[in-house]
Design a protein around this ligand. Structure first.
Ligand code: GLC
Length: 423
């Protein structure tokens, strides 16, 4: 199944880690797994999860305004707490929290009203499920268990009947998501504790695609995924095929009140430009408070990035990966017809910008935003080896606060020289 075109064209998605862990502001699921927080204390957050200001329309409007084309919400994290009224067990926010209602329906409707694609995150692993061996809940945390997550219940060593029951539970929950919410994207996680065969990924993917053949699946469906998902670590070379970098705005996926280490707008513009310059999407994560509001620091950063995207939308949407390293000192994108290159300059250029190895003649260079035309000329070159295309540096108000983008209109489709310089 070829990748859904909406995914490759999306460029920006918003990841939302929303769950009971926002009550105390502790790491999602991991805090009880590692023993940082005793298991019963973690679960007591259920009693104070209110979603009292949950306003998915406001989320969707924000995401659309900042230029995102899809969002991914944690329908169920490794802690097993479902955000919808699942018929599989009763660990969900509808029956066990003051929120008392399904949180997915409003989200999916609001996104669709804004023309955004709907993504749902779902963890294969469930560290609270009695049939899922790998975690031992001890209170107080047992030092021998902490730091050795498989201390007494190695994955795959459980009773085969228990494992079959667990897979039936997982498959039925995923089927509920597909049937009730018809997600455009299912973003799986938590696959690392078992093999593809143990997870029965083929059967799961067949069931999902039978329900909706257009569902996009991430790589945590292992070989049944449609695209690669580097996480936090910025790739230096584009992964093969479609891909998406997921990245937190601060250092945490979920809401943590002590984490003020937010990336700056300028840094986010860099991550975004580098990602789309290599043909990927950025899935930028926010962590709403337990009441459902997104912290102001995160909204400000999304809006800052969104402002840059709006000004430079021609260099963002409808483009593909730009030049390989070495031709321009910064990322670039290329129009789908391969006739316009967009050069992104993070720093204030001095005197000239050199574009190397370009065989296609340049018709016109202009600054995106102001439209100011810039002089350009080729110097040097011999035989097969093209000279350097020197572009006059933009100055004054033509220099963008975050990253200046030059549109280089080519006289034909992009043709590059990548040799070692001998004519
Ligand atoms: C990791 C973490 C998880 C987080 C996810 C996002 O897999 O286990 O907490 O949700 O990354 O990609």
């Amino acid at each position: 199944m070829p990748m859904q075109p909406w995914f490759s064209d999306a460029k920006l998605g918003i990841f939302i880690h929303y769950g009971i862990y926002a009550v105390d502001g502790v790491p999602e699921s991991w805090s009880f797994y590692t023993g940082k927080v005793p298991h019963d204390q973690y679960m007591k957050q259920l009693d104070r999860f209110t979603a009292s200001k949950y306003d998915p329309q406001a989320w969707a409007e924000l995401f659309a305004r900042v230029g995102a084309k899809y969002a991914v919400l944690t329908a169920r994290h490794h802690d097993g707490v479902a955000l919808w009224d699942t018929e599989q067990g009763d660990l969900n926010v509808v029956r066990h929290t003051p929120a008392g209602r399904d949180l997915l329906a409003g989200y999916t409707d609001a996104l669709r009203e804004q023309g955004l694609k709907v993504g749902l995150y779902y963890s294969h692993s469930d560290w609270n499920h009695p049939d899922y061996a790998s975690t031992v809940h001890t209170d107080p945390p047992n030092e021998e268990v902490v730091g050795n997550r498989y201390a007494s219940a190695a994955p795959g060593t459980e009773d085969p009947e228990a494992w079959a029951r667990f897979l039936a539970y997982r498959n039925a929950q995923v089927a509920e998501l597909v049937e009730h919410f018809r997600p455009d994207l299912l973003w799986f996680d938590g696959e690392w504790e078992r093999s593809e065969e143990q997870w029965k990924m083929r059967e799961l993917s067949e069931e999902i695609l039978a329900g909706n053949p257009e569902t996009v699946l991430n790589a945590r469906m292992l070989s049944y995924g449609d695209y690669a998902t580097p996480e936090q670590g910025v790739p230096l070379q584009a992964p093969d095929g479609p891909w998406e970098l997921c990245l937190t705005v601060n250092d945490s996926w979920g809401y943590q009140h002590d984490d003020h280490n937010h990336k700056s707008v300028r840094q986010l513009v860099r991550y975004f430009a580098e990602t789309i310059g290599m043909g990927g999407n950025l899935l930028l994560d926010v962590g709403p408070r337990e009441d459902g509001t997104i912290p102001a620091e995160q909204i400000e950063r999304l809006e800052g990035l969104g402002g840059w995207i709006a000004k430079h939308c021609g260099a963002v949407y409808g483009t593909v990966a730009g030049l390989p390293a070495g031709h321009h000192y910064g990322p670039s994108t290329l129009s789908a017809d391969r006739r316009t290159l967009y050069l992104i300059c993070f720093d204030t250029p001095r005197e000239t910008i050199g574009l190397r190895g370009l065989r296609t003649p340049v018709k016109r260079v202009s600054v995106i935003g102001s439209g100011t035309e810039l002089g350009h000329r080729v110097i040097g070159g011999l035989g097969e080896v093209p000279g350097v295309q020197w572009i006059d540096a933009p100055t004054g108000a033509d220099v963008d606060e975050y990253a200046t983008v030059l549109a280089v209109e080519l006289d034909g489709e992009l043709d590059l020289y990548q040799g070692s310089g001998r004519g």
